[in-house]
Each structure stands twice: as structure tokens, then as C-alpha cells.
Design a protein around this ligand. Structure first.
Ligand code: GTP
Ligand code: MG
Length: 290
């Protein structure tokens, strides 16, 4: 099934943000640490007009730590970009971000000269959670489904920083369906725009290849089944997703599997790795020919 999801409020929000960015000093792009490139909005590059950008690899607590390290190196090689892995619910992590904002734009953050920060990102990456942690109170509505925030708001942190919360926006053209399926696996796409069985099969295939041990431990298997379909059936049996008559309900099994994967119950996982630089590719080739 082809995944497409671009509700009307996203286009309108993007137009407003492109205008509002003129009066912003630094952009925080909140991306998902488990799929940093697929969850980066490529439209931002044009919108940000060379303004500094801090990429927050959020939900760091759910991602594979070694892969996240490689992603930080990857993003920091871009001009005007810094990258910081964090968990938006942690106050200590939020403090680190405040310091980085102040270091990035040292000439602002004084009375009459607030440091103006826009928190930007695709749906469900944790923008509102981050704002609440930074503010030290619950100002922005948070929820475990995409498109919780549909219109922006400004928050004065009273420490020289003014934040703008924004609705999560995607892009109209989802021609790269691998990206769309990774987004759906992470929970960034509305359930109404996807088929759980298709996304569950995609995720099961990936997990069987990339994290076979985690799958075997979580679902108490001595070896992996032959196919992703068999995997979902096994998961359905383990989690009790049965129809009347005892047959496995694969749709419910896929939904339950995705819930476990998203919440970290299977383990810390990354859904993609940074593209290799040409130097890395050459050194790997040299090693394998030795
Ligand atoms: N494990 C984990 N969950 C997080 C983290 N940050 C946010 N979440 C959860 O992710 C879900 C989405 O968080 P929100 O803050 O509503 O995300 P958002 O980016 O504002 O979403 P939209 O408003 O829909 O664009 C919620 O269930 C949060 O509790 C984190 O660092 N780690
Ligand atoms: Mg929000």
C-alpha cells in the first residue's frame, strides 16, 4: 500500500513558518534519533535562509547509541548545523540545549533583545515535550499520535529566550516509500493513512535482518522464522492476538508489534544508518581485500 499523508493544516502552517523564520535567530529541528534523515524535513534547507540550525536527535533513549554517534558526525559536517542527541523529557538534556542556543547566537538573549527560537519538525518527534521541559511546566499539549499540535504558539522562557512551538509538518510528495514506511514505523504518520499489516511486515523484515538477537530474545525464539509473515504470526501467538476459533489475527499482531517497537520494549534500535562517506567505503573495501 502506498503511504501518503499531508493534511490541509500542514501546507498552511508551512507558509506561515516560512514567513516567521525571518524574525527567528536559531531554528531547532527536532528529528527522531531512530531515523534522523527520514525524519528531517528537506524543505527546511530552503526555508531557513542560512539561519543557524540545531538538529536535536530526540528520543535518544530509544535509539541504538552507536548509530546515533555516527549520525551526529554526519550532521555536524553540514554548514551552519550543530547536532545534539537528547531525551526531551529530561531537564538535564534541556539545559544543555539552552547553553547551545546561547553559544550559537551570543549577541542575543538580553532585555529588549530576546533570543528567538523556532522549534520545527515533522509530527510526533517530541517538539511540544521539549518545550514543556524547557519551560518547566505543561504549556503545550503532548500526545502519542501525530498532529497533536495544529497551530503555533509563542512561549517566553523568562531567561532571555522566546520559543515558538509549531505544528509537525511533512512534505506533499512522498515518492520515496522507504522513507514513508520508516516514518510509519516510528509513529509519525497518522494510523488513518496506513495499513498496519503492511507496515508491520516492513518493520519485521528490517528487524530480522538488522537486530535478529533482539527479536529472538523478546519473542523467546531459538531461531528466526523464514519470513516476515511467519514472524508476525509468531508474534501474534506470543501476544495472544487471536480471532474466534484460535486463528491468528495478523492485523492486530502487526499493530501490537509496532507498539512494542515504538516504545522501546524490544530494545534500542535505529531504523537507518548514515550514508557512508567515500573515505569510509574505500577503507572498508581495503579491509575486506586484505
Ligand atoms: N521515549 C521518549 N518519548 C518521547 C520523547 N520525547 C517525546 N516523547 C513522546 O513522543 C510523543 C510525541 O510527543 P509530542 O511532544 O506531542 O510531539 P510533537 O512533535 O509535538 O507532535 P505534533 O504536535 O503531533 O507534531 C509523546 O508520547 C511523548 O511523550 C523522548 O525523548 N523519549
Ligand atoms: Mg506538538
Amino acid at each position: 500500500m502506498t503511504i501518503r499523508w499531508y493534511p490541509g493544516h500542514m501546507g498552511k502552517a508551512q507558509e506561515k513558518m516560512a514567513e516567521a523564520i525571518r524574525k527567528i535567530d536559531v531554528i531547532i529541528e527536532v528529528i527522531d534519533a531512530r531515523l534522523p534523515l527520514s525524519s528531517s524535513n528537506h524543505q527546511l534547507e530552503e526555508m531557513r535562509r542560512a539561519k543557524p540550525c540545531i538538529k536535536i536527535l530526540n528520543k535518544h533513549d530509544l535509539a541504538d547509541p552507536a548509530v546515533t554517534k555516527a549520525w551526529v558526525r554526519y550532521f555536524e559536517s553540514e554548514s551552519g548545523v550543530s547536532a545534539l542527541p537528547l531525551s526531551a523529557r529530561l531537564h538535564a538534556d534541556a539545559k544543555q540545549l539552552i547553553k547551545l542556543c546561547q553559544k550559537t547566537v551570543p549577541h542575543r538573549g538580553r532585555p529588549g533583545w530576546p533570543l528567538r527560537v523556532m522549534v520545527f519538525g515533522i509530527p510526533n518527534t517530541g517538539k511540544s515535550t521539549l518545550i514543556n521541559t524547557l519551560a518547566g511546566k505543561c504549556i503545550a499539549k503532548v500526545g502519542d499520535k501525530p498532529a497533536i499540535t495544529t497551530c503555533g504558539q509563542q512561549i517566553d522562557l523568562k531567561n532571555g529566550i522566546v520559543l515558538s512551538d509549531t505544528p509537525g509538518i511533512l512534505w506533499p510528495d512522498m515518492s520515496d516509500q522507504n522513507v514513508a514506511y520508516r516514518l510509519a514505523t516510528s509513529g509519525a504518520i497518522s494510523a488513518s493513512a496506513l495499513d498496519y499489516t503492511c507496515v508491520g511486515l516492513f518493520a519485521a523484515e528490517y528487524m530480522m535482518k538488522r537486530y535478529p538477537e533482539l527479536m529472538m530474545v523478546r519473542y523467546k525464539l531459538s531461531e528466526l522464522p523464514e519470513s516476515p509473515t511467519n514472524m508476525l504470526e509468531l508474534i501474534g501467538r506470543r501476544l495472544g492476538c487471536l480471532m474466534a476459533g484460535g486463528e491468528i489475527d495478523v492485523h492486530r499482531a502487526a499493530e501490537a508489534f509496532l507498539r512494542e517497537l515504538r516504545s522501546g520494549k524490544i530494545g534500542r534500535i535505529s531504523l537507518e544508518e548514515p550514508p557512508q562517506t567515500s573515505e569510509e567505503a574505500v577503507s572498508e573495501e581495503e579491509m575486506s581485500s586484505e
